[in-house]
Design a protein around this ligand. Structure first.
Ligand code: KIV
Length: 270
């Protein structure tokens, strides 16, 4: 077993985990306090996802979040983490169509946040950016299938690559990302059979979200799996807690106690 070791998780360890068949756990985090808990619990990879745009800022899409915002969230997470590999999403507009811009943005992320790797969405069209970022020694994670930064191109968040032509394009894109040097590829919301084929084909680990059980690892958005977000219930989401209910109950109790004068008590006063 690799993950039981106390040492820091690296891209090489993830590669070893794939080789030995040990599944990789990944969760998002965006702030110090929750990242501290997630890292302390032993997750292998923390993704500072651009889903921060939705769960932190309340935007409808991931499109508006900026590079400065991502660096801020990544720095908060890095301050908390002792063991996990910290991967930071490159936001919309910081890498598409311009590999020099991609390199500049990735360098800013690593230098200003202390994150360990970046993630970018797309297949063959981002291969030049992947290669150029790698020239600076910055590890890159790919992301295929449902790519939320392209929401206005696709128009929906539905399952991707159900048709044969799209499925075979995705497989080619995955190979292209591996050949370009990606250390891992996220597969989002694609049929489980296709995710299995991609995972068997690639030497680098795949991390699935809504992509079935045969990926080399799994990722969920922390606020979704903890039950903090309520209005998002796709079939792939397993809720491991109902923090939304707990917070609601605690806050209601506090308000009652303040209104009734039962907080603070004598023991809670100086
Ligand atoms: O931004 C994010 O949280 C992600 C995951 C859903 C993979 O990209």
């Amino acid at each position: 077993m690799v993950s039981s070791r106390a040492k820091k998780v690296t891209t090489h360890i993830l590669q070893e985990m794939k080789r030995s068949g040990e599944k990789i756990s990944m969760l998002t985090a965006y702030d110090y306090s929750l990242a501290r808990l997630v890292d302390g619990a032993g997750v292998d990879v923390i993704l500072v996802g651009d889903s921060a745009s939705n769960v932190m800022a309340g935007n409808d899409t991931t499109v508006p979040i900026t590079l400065d915002h991502m660096i801020y969230h990544a720095k908060c997470v890095v301050n908390a983490v002792d063991r996990a590999l910290v991967v930071v999403d490159m936001p919309f507009g910081s890498y598409q169509g311009d590999s020099k811009l991609a390199l500049k943005s990735a360098i800013r992320i690593l230098k200003e946040s202390g994150g360990h790797a970046v993630k970018i969405e797309g297949g063959k069209e981002v291969v030049d950016s992947v290669k150029r970022i790698l020239t600076a020694g910055i590890p890159v994670m790919g992301h295929l299938g449902l790519t939320p930064q392209s929401i206005y191109k696709f128009g929906t968040y539905s399952v991707r690559a159900e048709e044969d032509t799209e499925a075979s394009k995705l497989l080619d894109d995955a190979v292209a990302l591996q050949e370009a040097g990606c250390f891992s590829v996220v597969l989002e919301k694609i049929p489980a059979d296709l995710a299995r084929k991609v995972s068997e084909k690639l030497d680098v680990p795949t991390i699935g979200i809504g992509a079935g059980p045969d990926c080399d690892g799994q990722v969920l958005v922390l606020h979704d799996m903890l039950g903090i977000t309520k209005d998002f219930s796709p079939r792939f989401l397993r809720r491991y807690a109902d923090l939304g209910e707990s917070v609601d109950g605690a806050v209601r109790q506090y308000i009652d106690d303040v209104r009734q004068g039962s907080f603070p008590s004598k023991e809670e006063s100086y």
